[in-house]
Design a protein. Structure first.
Length: 655
């Protein structure tokens, strides 16, 4: 993790370095990098960087990195995971410069291959390169958006940064709310990944690059997966062997460190698989890192996972650091939340993720491994059941539904009802394109009558539009379409951005997600969907691949932590008066986005309906979206609210 920013002026010859200094010295960017700071200015462009060193190579790296011979200058927040292969290829192509740092590898890759270098670079990154010979700025973001990149463009200049808030230190960038984007947030719609809740502040989409000249501006997608390619091996062992080879390569490349790492430990399949592989590499003398686990534990199930954490701790003899987490009160009043580029749309971020990051940082960890990506990229969609039924594979389809209900601890009739509903959606997707376009225009949508016009109608229009990543795409199956969507939809991207922001606000820790490696995503996308649920088990392929390394209790785990009842309890009982106080003085009402009377009525109906049914998540997400955005918006655009004196997160549990 580092911080980058830059400004490219189209209409002047002199650059005001004071503005760039104000941006890079904003607290949000300084939180991201406290090891080194530097600024580079040349004519109409200026670049700045703050470093947080997590590898030995970064300790000798200085950015902005300028090369006189090529006329290129780079700033990058990132880590390159195939640096050895790239370095060898660059040398074979005649590059004689030292290729010790990741920054040098990226700069010379761009020098040789221009935009095509992005097809070769594997890792987490957001970078910008000033090309003085062509008077252009080239920017790019990694394929799933692990590293953030925000920008503002007008007729006079373009400015970018690792966070949106610092951009407002520029005197010519107005800080205004985008009410239509806020309406999407309020209704939990994150289909598109480029809009923010700030007017004219955008995010560079994952797997996209941007070229900026004085009179030209282009954004292009540089990476995609082959939608319908399937890797046909003869038996499951061939698939799992190939997967473990790729997984191991990913893991080794991410174990490049200058300190001992931590790992978020839940006892779930994904994070346990990451830990199991690290332990296996240690036993084979391929790494010598000592890893510590960090977990949030709770007083009640189904949120608490202590039993599974104990199993993992015993198996791998890992030090287990735990915090008995409890929510602040009011729930939404979290330090640093008012500075974030987006409202804290995940309650789990407050009561689960942030406390764990803080605990790890207090223990001296600079890098934390996670199990992110397993649910998104190494599993088949529930639409697989629909595909099986539609193709006459009734026995397989019903077997999948039965296994899914068991592993999700849900009733078979409930899951069957869900699949039938999904089947109707699938039938609609098979209709001619002209009919689907007509249907999107007239289809009924939830009323959301508490959102005022014209924002409600604009919301409906946006919901009827096909997401950018699905336009002109054809899929063999509905399941493959859903899996593909998980790569690019804004929900997943916003999730990574939230995790990144929480990590930065924990006095800086860097997150690494081995299961989100591009090589893993490309391989798994070629595995048949039926193989991904091998044995008709959710994530059956990962279970089978890791069966020699995981404890049997983890391999066969049939549930996940569920925070629904905890969230409902917090919103209905423990914060009832605070919610009403917040909504009664609604800033979103004052700016015309919502009708606070209708929102308050909806809140009371929610409380009455779910007070004795805390396990139902039907309304909790929407209520939290309203509350979190209300607090965030009034602190960004309205009056500042002081924090109340409460204990920050919880008390550490000694093991």
């Amino acid at each position: 993790m580092s911080a980058i920013t830059g400004i490219f002026y189209f209409d002047r010859e002199q650059f005001d370095i004071n503005v760039l200094n104000k941006v890079i010295d904003d607290k949000i960017l300084s939180d991201r990098g406290q090891n080194a700071r530097d600024v580079w200015v040349n004519g109409v462009v200026g670049l700045a960087h703050r470093a947080f060193w997590t590898t030995t190579e970064q300790e000798i790296e200085r950015q902005p990195f300028h090369d006189k011979n090529t006329g290129l200058t780079l700033v990058m927040d990132g880590r390159i995971d195939n640096r050895n292969e790239l370095s060898s290829e660059l040398k074979s192509c005649g590059i004689k410069a030292e290729l010790i740092t990741d920054a040098s590898i990226v700069l010379y890759s761009y020098f040789l291959w221009k935009e095509a270098c992005l097809k070769k670079i594997i890792g987490d990154f957001a970078f910008a390169i000033w090309d003085s010979k062509n008077n252009q700025l080239f920017c790019a973001r990694d394929i799933i958006g692990v590293r953030p990149f925000y920008f503002y463009k007008c007729e006079r200049f373009l400015a970018f940064a690792s966070d949106a808030i610092p951009l407002f230190k520029h005197p010519d960038i107005p800080k205004e709310p985008d009410l239509d984007s806020m309406a999407l947030y309020l209704t939990n719609n994150f289909e598109n990944s480029e809009r923010t809740e700030f007017k004219n502040i955008f995010k560079l989409r994952p797997a996209h690059c941007m070229t900026v000249k004085k009179d030209d501006f282009k954004i292009r997608q540089y990476w995609d997966i082959n939608l319908n390619y399937t890797n046909e091996f003869k038996k499951i062992e061939d698939y799992t062997e190939a997967f473990m080879e790729v997984f191991t390569k990913s893991m080794i490349s991410k174990l490049r460190l200058n300190s001992e790492p931590g790992i978020t430990l839940s006892g779930g399949l994904d994070s346990s698989s990451v830990l199991a592989l690290i332990d296996d590499l240690k036993s084979k003398k391929k790494t010598n890192v000592e890893t510590s686990g960090y977990s949030a534990v709770f007083d009640t199930k189904p949120a608490d996972e202590s039993d599974f954490i104990n199993i993992v701790q015993k198996k791998y003899k890992i030090k287990s650091n735990r915090i008995n987490s409890h929510a602040p009160k009011p729930l939404w009043e979290v330090p640093d939340a008012i500075h974030a580029s987006q409202a804290l749309w995940s309650v789990e971020g407050i009561i689960l993720t942030k406390p764990v990051y803080d605990l790890a940082k207090n223990e001296g960890r600079k890098v934390i491994f996670t199990g992110e990506g397993g649910d998104d990229y190494i599993d088949a969609s529930m639409y697989l059941a629909t595909d099986l039924l539609f193709t006459g594979k009734f026995a397989q389809g019903l077997a999948f539904i039965d296994a899914y209900s068991q592993y999700q601890l849900a009733s078979y009739p409930l899951v069957l009802k869900l699949v039938l509903s999904m089947s109707l959606n699938s039938l609609r997707s098979m209709l001619p394109r002209w009919f689907k376009k007509l249907y999107r225009t007239i289809r009924p949508i939830k009323t959301y009558d508490w959102i005022n016009q014209p924002h409600r109608e604009n919301l409906f229009q946006r919901l009827r539009e096909e997401p950018w990543y699905l336009k002109n795409k054809k899929f063999k199956t509905i399941s493959r379409k859903e899996t593909y969507s998980s790569l690019f939809n804004g929900y997943r991207v916003s999730g990574f951005e939230l995790l990144d922001r929480l990590a930065a606000s924990s006095n800086t820790v860097e997150l690494r997600h081995p299961l989100c490696d591009r090589r893993i995503i490309e391989f798994v996308s070629s595995v048949p969907e039926e193989m991904l649920v091998y044995g008709w088990k959710p994530k059956g392929f990962l279970r089978e691949s890791m069966k020699q390394l995981l404890p049997v209790e983890i391999k066969n785990r049939m549930d996940k932590a569920d925070f629904t009842s905890l969230i409902n309890k917090l919103l209905i009982y423990e914060n009832h008066n605070e919610v009403k106080e917040l909504l009664n003085d609604s800033y979103l009402h004052q700016i015309g986005l919502i009708d606070k009377g209708k929102v308050l009525d909806s809140y009371e109906q929610y409380c009455q309906k779910y007070a004795n049914n805390l396990d139902d998540s039907t309304w909790s997400d929407i209520m939290w979206q309203i509350i979190s955005l209300e607090y965030w918006a009034r602190n960004n655009f309205g009056r500042i609210i002081s924090h109340r004196g409460t204990e920050k997160y919880g008390k550490q549990v000694k093991i």
